[in-house]
Design a protein around this ligand. Structure first.
Ligand code: AMP
Length: 210
């Protein structure tokens, strides 16, 4: 099954993608995580992407489309995958179509902007494996340490309040049109984000398996 998780930054895409990935045994593909790894390693792509990411803007389409194309060609994607953070623009969605990728379902996680601002200020992400936590709503067992791999769970630079405002603006301008793009194709299921992660997961899994 090929799935897309749509939603504003901080809507919980990463957390829910992990849940689906475990449940269905398909890989979670996060273009954000791939880009952060490239920035950390100082690769040519990372150097190009860094400024866009730190300012809350999107990395140019041709860069992310290239990343995605390479990633879904890998062996573990044969039985499907869940895209987390891609596509983020209509041209990216069109590129997926022209690669011949059939998308079974698009889950749109609906969360109000005000809720997102609170969530992102408390978000912590594992530097090593990308697992996502929240200091209040979903803390790791040991503060600052990832439950899954023991890596450091830290605040992302782009979770700073002024960058979050810019990321939300970017989302509404460039990514939100995808809700209609996939709605018009009859592939979209809207899921209302809940206060408790596990309650959202329940709704997401229901939507995926319905
Ligand atoms: P994320 O972890 O999904 O919030 O992504 C972090 C940052 O990486 C975004 O704010 C963008 O700058 C960049 N990024 C990730 N995925 C994409 C994408 N599909 N298109 C453009 N930029 C992206």
């Amino acid at each position: 099954m090929n799935l897309i998780l749509l939603g504003a930054p901080g809507a919980g895409k990463g957390t829910q993608a992990e849940v689906i990935s475990e449940k269905l045994g398909i890989p979670q593909i996060s273009t954000g995580n791939i880009l952060r790894e490239a920035v950390k390693n100082g690769t040519e792509m990372g150097v190009k992407a860094k400024g866009f990411m730190e300012s809350g803007a999107l990395v140019p389409d041709e860069v992310v489309i290239g990343i995605l194309k390479d990633r879904i060609a890998e062996d573990d994607c044969k039985n499907g995958f869940i895209l987390d953070g891609f596509p983020r623009t209509v041209p990216q969605a069109e590129a997926l179509e022209s690669m011949g990728v059939n998308i079974d379902k698009v889950i749109s996680l609906e969360v109000a902007d005000e809720t997102i601002q609170g969530r992102l200020s408390g978000r912590r992400v594992c530097e090593k494996c990308g697992a996502s936590y929240h200091v209040e709503f979903n803390p790791p067992k040991t503060e600052g340490v990832c439950d899954k791999c023991g890596g450091a769970a830290v605040q992302r630079k782009d979770d700073a309040p002024e960058t979050v405002i810019e990321r939300l603006r970017t989302y509404h301008e460039q990514t939100a049109p995808l809700v209609d793009f996939y709605g018009n194709k009859g592939r979209l299921v809207k899921v209302q984000g809940q206060d408790e992660v596990k309650d959202t997961s329940e709704l997401v899994l229901k939507a995926v398996t319905a």
